[in-house]
Design a protein around this ligand. Sequence first.
Ligand code: ADP
Length: 248
Amino acid sequence: MIVARQLTKDFAGPEGTVIRALGPLDLQVAPGEFVCIVGPSGCGKSTLLRLIAGLEQPTAGTLSVGSQTPILVFQGDSTFPWLTVYGNVEYPLKLRGLSEKEREAAVTHKLGLVGLSRFAEAYPYQLSGGMKQRVALARAWVADPEILLMDEPFGALDEQTRMALQRELLRLWEGAPTSHDARKTVLFVTHSIDEALTLGDRVLVMSAAPGRIIKEVRVPFARPREAIQLKRDPSFGELTYELWQALA
Ligand code: ADP
């Protein structure tokens, strides 16, 4: 679904200098795979997602990405403040021209999955950070992209809210197949090794800038996963150690 070969991105620095933000980096992600990326600050993780989303053009190398434009979910507030929770989640379906009845069924279902049914008529200013990220998740799911790119979506949340959001994301992703008759392909950037092991099929570690992939770990835990139970698994500790070593 995603193939990058020797993907490189340079930016113009001060006084005619060139700053290499990424690469050369090789990456392959299979359809329906959930891949997490960890790496030090400034190593080019956001740049990689922005290249895959088509928001930046590579300086060198090649990149091929599914047949649709991916959706990017990021850490900040991406809700539309002038729309209710319902209106926010309904928005992509309106763009696609679905009937009101079709929209209502899809939006109600997704709001239920992220625990926001009672807040359908609320406006974003009335919501906590965690609830806004739930709106972003529901909106991404209702849009039903082949590829979902997530750039530290839960990074600004407290630990308990973050765990709740991880559970909801797992429930969405592991749940009903999409219209493409498969799970979505997800590329998820996080600072948290714990989060990467909780969510991913694979965890990739990037080097310090300019980022390349220096380690890959296959995550052995069966699905559906229960985030809290995973932490009792002895291999959770082993893999955490292995990933920390790579980052160090
Ligand atoms: P990460 O997401 O891993 O923290 P980024 O992809 O945001 O890293 O940034 C990688 C490097 O590229 C950093 O040194 C950053 O300053 C630089 N960079 C990112 N975007 C731009 C830009 N638009 N112009 C110049 N430099 C940039």
